[in-house]
Ligand binder design. Structure first.
Ligand code: AQP
Length: 330
């Protein structure tokens, strides 16, 4: 089993990124060969301030480690340090079809329905680069949140198309999408996925929010009509989202939380959820503070991670080029 996944340095990671993805990365690293990437080329698909992007890339690296990823166990690296990603992306792009890329919902969401003549090409080509990220390492499994399901399907289609046309080369990777936590919703709007790049800070809880901010954001989180705390995504989407977050962060089953808070109204439930989040994030924040104090360590982890990733990336790229008919440089 070979695992690949990535996170964009497009802001400070949220509990959505943690509960939907990184928590699973940490678990997988003890049983599988793992590569976890900071997909900085993906972050360029929307306008970014260069200094912010550099800072966020280091922050994601430190948060990976603060959450429990160990560089001696998993390969941690920045996508742009392994230029083979961009090269394979071109080759895969030659197999992708405009129609299938146009159907990608993330492109539609992030281009905000802009006319095609102004929507970014990078945003359009994003899923092809993501397919290249995964296929470059011949990964068999990709742990992601639910929002990446469609991109994974495209990756599988491209792998199969390549294999059919040029001979068996890529394993067809499987998405690993957890049942619970795969789609944490916004605190301000339970119909929208929680996202780190949202302008309203009340929408998300970041892994680095100080305790007061966490308590305050949970207190202000929208709730549903009525008073009872129960899981009912149809009728009570906001409370169901909070219950799911509570269950995951406190490692307590939802029915046990329902039994405790069921008919008591929302105030105590929210107060104790705030405390559970503060307690759950405290060890991550403490470890992060240590890592930030030593940027040379982070840079070394990324440099060594890229070297180890390239050992796997270069042979795949050469194989692909040869199969496609490119003349090898001698
Ligand atoms: N709300 C979420 N619930 C569960 N999982 C989530 N993920 C993201 N949001 C949620 C998962 O986190 C991993 C990293 O995501 P990404 O950085 O590659 O991009 P994204 O999916 O677009 O995440 P964001 O936070 O919404 O970023 P921005 O705001 O830049 O678009 C993925 O596995 C993702 O599924």
């Amino acid at each position: 089993m070979k695992v690949f996944s990535g996170v964009q340095p497009s802001g400070i990671l949220t509990i959505g990124n943690y509960l939907g993805a990184i928590r699973h990365f940490v678990r997988l690293q003890d049983s599988a060969e793992c590569l976890f990437c900071i997909v900085d080329l993906h972050a360029l698909t929307v306008p970014r301030d260069p200094e912010d992007l550099r800072r966020d890339t280091r922050t994601v690296a430190n948060l990976y480690m603060a959450c429990g990823l160990r560089p001696e166990r998993s390969i941690l690296f920045a996508q742009s340090h392994v230029h083979e990603h961009a090269e394979l992306s071109w080759l895969m792009g030659c197999l992708a079809r405009l129609g299938e890329l146009r159907r990608m919902t993330q492109f539609k969401d992030k281009s905000h329905g802009a006319q095609e003549d102004v929507a970014g090409f990078g945003l359009f080509a994003y899923p092809v680069l993501m397919a290249a990220d995964i296929l470059l390492y011949k990964a068999s499994h990709v742990p992601v949140g639910d929002d990446q399901r469609q991109h994974l399907e495209l990756t599988r289609d491209l792998a199969q198309r390549f294999n059919a046309r040029f001979g068996e080369t890529f394993p067809v990777p499987e998405a690993m999408i957890a049942g619970v936590g795969a789609r944490i919703m916004g605190l301000d709007d339970p119909t929208r996925k929680m996202s780190k790049s949202e302008p309203n800070p009340g929408h998300y809880i970041s892994l680095l929010d100080p305790p007061e901010a966490i308590r305050d954001k949970v207190k202000r989180a929208v709730t549903d009509s009525g008073r009872d705390v129960r899981l009912d995504w149809e009728g009570k989407p906001a409370v169901s989202n909070l219950l799911e977050i509570f269950s995951l962060i406190a490692d307590e089953p939802v029915p046990s939380l329902e039994a405790r808070y069921g008919r008591q109204g929302y105030a105590r439930f929210k107060r104790e959820l705030g405390e559970a989040l503060v307690a759950g994030l405290a060890p991550i924040q403490a470890r992060f503070a240590e890592l930030v104090a030593d940027p040379s360590y982070t840079d070394r982890v990324l440099r060594e991670g890229a070297e180890r990733a390239r050992v796997q990336a270069v042979p795949t790229l050469n194989e692909v080029k040869e199969r496609m008919g490119l003349l090898g440089a001698r």
